[in-house]
Design a protein around this ligand. Sequence first.
Ligand code: NAP
Length: 220
Amino acid sequence: MKIGIIGSGHIGGNVARQAAKAGHDVKLSFSRDPSSLARLASELGSNASIGTPAEAVQFGQTVVFAVPWAVIPEALEQAGDLAGKIVIDTTNQFGPGAKPAPGETAASFNAARMRDARYVKSFNTLTARFQEQAARRDGDERVVQWICGDDPEAKKVVAGLLEEMGYVPVDLGGNADCAVMEAPRRAGAVYGEEYRAADAQAVVDAVRARQPIPPTPSYP
Ligand SMILES: NC(=O)c1ccc[n+]([C@@H]2O[C@H](COP(=O)([O-])OP(=O)(O)OC[C@H]3O[C@@H](n4cnc5c(N)ncnc54)[C@H](OP(=O)(O)O)[C@@H]3O)[C@@H](O)[C@H]2O)c1
């Protein structure tokens, strides 16, 4: 698959690295210092290239959106037309910038800002360092990456990508249902917590039933 990366820092760089390792082609974009994009591209090898955000969007069937919250409007302006693209939003609502209304999820808020995109939220609940370390674990120790979004086919594509990167994809539901995967870290949320497959279904069931999720699991 061809994947455009908008924001190639901790999270975007990680996803690019893992996607390239899995054999996908990535186009890196959106840095104040284009030489940093060139350095990452040369580290990733022939699967990687660099460009502008608009070029990354044109390049990718899927676009990974990994920029600080405050910069989202600027990145979207530079990205241009997202119509028909699967956009994986990794962002969390820290720092300045317009925020979701009370009761509105950040996913719903951002999906509305990316109206024509096939919006999927993922990669946002775990630190970049942990994601890097935990990718490609084996068997029962594999780590969950949660997904939400309103486009079932887009979520299937993202789930496939997550599997290839070495995670367990788990679909929490639609954009409006995924408050538990959003910041801040708190009791009753999966945000900031490691989950493995064995503990994921109970969370999905609780979210679907609009009930509190079970206590956060801990692993040896
Ligand atoms: N880091 C984590 O552990 C983590 C975990 C889950 C989710 N997230 C979320 O993922 C998103 C990306 O986080 P990150 O940690 O990957 O951020 P980051 O390392 O700071 O990367 C941000 C990217 O945006 C680029 N950028 C372009 N213009 C910018 C500007 N004016 N100000 C700041 N950056 C600019 C940066 O490029 P240059 O710096 O080269 O200019 C860099 O490529 C955030 O919304 C964050 O909340 C982060």
